[in-house]
Design a protein around this ligand. Sequence first.
Ligand code: S3P
Length: 173
Amino acid sequence: MATDCDCAENIVLIGFMGAGKSTVGRLLAQKSGRYFLDADTLIESEAGRRIDEIFKKEGEHAFREMERRCARWLAACVRGSVISTGGGMASVVEHLARIGTVVYLKLPWEEIVRRLTPQERRKRPLFSDLKEAKRRFERRRNLYETQARLIVDASRPPDEVVEEIIRNLPNVS
Ligand code: S3P
């Protein structure tokens, strides 16, 4: 960690699958003296199952309920962290600003497809059907923009994305 933060406000990263929320989040946490939390990992550890197993056994509806619960806990109990959300959290949870400052990592569809290797796609049940995934991407775009306080071009290398976030959010570092 760069510095200890005095229970600073959380930073919440949103964006579609493959936008680099975890990579950027970890780096941003190091640079801003925060801890890094990944909402999907929290859900997996609480459920004792991987996301793909939750989808297979309980379905998307149950997963979305887990996301809502996780968001309530984050808003009530967590400070001083960078939090990466699953790509759907911004569309199932209203007012993510209750958790912290919301930053949208924006990427064009073609770049998302390029980044998600077959191995990465296997972890993401909603990316198995490319046409349907693109429809989701189109549906969510406005929602991401509406929830975000800051929108950054995430097609650049992670360290540049982090620099831009820090430059644009005066209270971050
Ligand atoms: C989802 C995105 C995934 C994960 C789940 C559903 C979505 O997270 O939460 O597979 O609905 O876009 P990532 O954005 O980290 O891939």
